[in-house]
Design a protein around this ligand. Structure first.
Ligand code: HEC
Ligand code: HEC
Length: 208
């Protein structure tokens, strides 16, 4: 389905005027087919289906579309700093971003690899938090299986490369992410030790 040609027909334009909000939502939701055709420049790092094979590069398969959109807009405007991604997002239009997000969110994430030695501490942090450091349980927002919640902008974590999750937590602690909802994770990550981050990262890699 392609939205653009359809939008040009006059009767639909009337509908758009009458039900503006609904039509806008449908348009903003993005077109996965159009998105697929725009992934050439992404596939080399994130994989054709969003399952990157390099642990430093995030898997984006199955991630919530609204979260992907927010991150791509953040890279484009610079509120989220990531050397490669600021360049990659610079030429993207709002429509490109919506289409790419629709495509990658519809793909299936593959499970990640875990380090058994760190799992017990990781499980404790994820499910119970760290009382003495006032770190809340990750599960409270990211869910018992790490699926997150698109309605609340809590991203999917399960199956992510442990290395990337660790990098993401470090980036929050270093203040490199300044999106609308990022202050939540900046505050949490700054209360965590290196070991807490490594352990919880390996735990979520195995969650599904
Ligand atoms: C040269 C490798 C490379 C290419 C090409 C690339 N990315 Fe990325 N991408 C990365 C890296 C590395 C990160 C992590 C950046 C960071 O955290 O600072 C990332 C992060 C992201 C994120 C955030 C994921 C998250 O979980 O927060 C999204 C979304 C994303 N990329 C989408 C894309 C899209 C869409 C394209 C194509 C238009 C693309 N990337 C091209 C390497 C790449
Ligand atoms: C109060 C809710 C809340 C809690 C508790 C929480 N998170 Fe988050 N988390 C969020 C939100 C919201 C975002 C998205 C922030 C943004 O848009 O930058 C996020 C993003 C993340 C990301 C980035 C994912 C990606 O793909 O880039 C990671 C990793 C993460 N959280 C890990 C954790 C861990 C580990 C814990 C437990 C120590 C935790 N979170 C606890 C709300 C929460």
């Amino acid at each position: 389905m392609h939205h653009k040609p359809v939008m040009k027909t006059p009767w639909l334009l009337l509908l758009v005027l009458a039900f503006g909000a609904f039509a806008f939502n449908a348009y903003a939701a993005g077109d996965p087919e159009a998105g697929k055709a725009k992934t050439q420049s992404c596939a080399i790092c994130h994989g054709e289906d969003g399952n990157s094979t390099t642990p430093q590069w995030p898997k984006i398969a199955g991630q919530h579309a609204n979260y992907l959109e927010e991150q791509l807009r953040g890279f484009r405007s610079g509120v989220r700093v990531g050397q490669v991604m600021n360049e990659m997002a610079a030429p993207l239009s709002d429509e490109d971003i919506a289409d790419l997000a629709a495509y990658f969110s519809a793909q299936t994430p593959l499970p990640g690899e875990t380090d058994p030695r760190l799992l017990p501490h990781g499980e404790k942090v994820y499910r119970g938090g760290i009382a003495e450091a006032e770190v809340p349980a990750c599960m409270a927002c990211h869910g018992p299986n790490g699926q997150g919640n698109p309605g609340s902008a809590y991203p999917l974590l399960s199956g992510q490369h442990a290395e990337y999750t660790y990098i993401a937590l470090q980036a929050y602690a270093d203040g490199l992410v300044e999106g609308t909802n990022s202050y939540i994770m900046t505050d949490i990550a700054r209360r965590m030790t290196e070991r807490d981050m490594r352990a919880v990262a390996t735990y979520v890699a195995g969650l599904h």
